[in-house]
Write a protein that binds this ligand. Structure first.
Ligand code: NAP
Length: 286
């Protein structure tokens, strides 16, 4: 029998990516994609009604407040979407026997570690966005047993606005860019993440819990920009700078250890460079 899956926040870059590859799973999954205008997850009444009148085996929560700098001032909004609404999702998933697949972030860590973070490392967010996402995780653990919390880092895709696309487009216009070297992490492609999420579903994986998913390897934002500049033959357009002031603090080091995911997946994850290539090749070249 086909699994019935609800994808919330379907108009974001992860939601759009899952939608794009959903045709590969047509024989095993019935997808229901809902955007914010169709289902606002902060509206607890509509959420409960939605779960009451539809039966889902899984809910993939792609809905989130993701503006890290704006979250410093829009604190209530960030907590409403990333924490309070996630609690309601978890409660409904528990009541209606739905597995929740929730996406969280490397920003739950403070970045003071000097080796890749494992799932059980102590969390200590240093910005509002990270705090709100961590509280969302905690609500899920409290209210639900059947969940996957997947922490991801530096997400990008061919859709919407993200670092890879922005740098690519600005370099194409021959802009000169100054990019920071102070933060180390791993760029992660929505494409690879989506396949991992759907692997969990199609294989009916029951090893519920928290996972660190990213590509393999690590770099800085400068390293990533430089990589993109080489692809466009514009290496001289990118200059490194140590740091740059932003409203929200960000962890200096947020590389995640992927051993738990690789063990479950039964294969190594892809190097970040290969994943970036795949997206760059799919962006308009002219
Ligand atoms: N982007 C990154 O670098 C990054 C890094 C680590 C983790 N993550 C996590 O990865 C997940 C996916 O991120 P993403 O980059 O795909 O985010 P995104 O592109 O910003 O998409 C988020 C989607 O959620 C929707 N949304 C916001 N509030 C909502 C609500 N109340 N009800 C329903 N939908 C709502 C947004 O709609 P509107 O645009 O209309 O508000 C948007 O379509 C998120 O959980 C994020 O925290 C992202």
């Amino acid at each position: 029998m086909k699994s019935r899956i609800l994808v919330t926040g379907a108009n974001g870059q992860l939601g759009k990516t899952i939608k794009e590859i959903s045709s590969d799973f047509i024989n095993s999954i019935d997808f229901v994609f809902v955007e914010k205008s169709e289902l606002d997850i902060t509206n607890s009444e509509s959420l409960e009604l939605y779960f009451q009148s539809n039966k889902f085996d899984y809910c993939i929560n792609c809905a989130a407040y993701t503006n890290v700098d704006l979250a410093e001032t829009e604190i209530k909004k960030a907590f409403d979407v990333n924490a309070n609404a996630v609690k309601n999702l978890a409660v409904n998933c528990n009541t209606y026997n739905t597995v929740l697949i929730h996406v969280s972030t490397d920003y739950v860590f403070d970045g003071t570690k000097q080796s890749p973070y494992i799932e059980t490392d102590i969390t200590n967010p240093i910005n509002v966005y990270g705090e709100s996402k961590l509280l969302g995780e905690e609500h899920i653990r409290k209210h639900l047993d059947n969940y996957f919390i997947i922490r991801v880092s530096w997400l990008y895709s061919k859709f919407d606005k993200n670092f890879v696309k922005t740098i690519f487009n600005r370099l194409k216009e021959d802009e000169k860019l100054t990019i920071i070297t102070s933060q180390r992490g791993t760029p992660t492609s929505c494409h690879d993440l989506s396949y991992f999420i759907l692997f969990l579903i199609t294989n009916a994986i029951k090893n519920f819990g928290t996972y660190h998913f990213s590509a393999k390897g690590e770099t800085t934002w400068y390293g990533l920009a430089q990589y993109i500049s080489k692809y466009l033959n514009k290496s001289t357009n990118v200059t490194p700078i140590k740091d740059y002031p932003t409203k929200a603090k960000r962890p200096f080091y947020s590389v995640m250890n992927n051993s738990k995911v690789e063990q479950l997946y039964g294969k190594p994850l892809t190097k970040w460079e290969e994943c970036v290539d795949e997206v760059l090749e799919n962006l308009p070249q002219e």
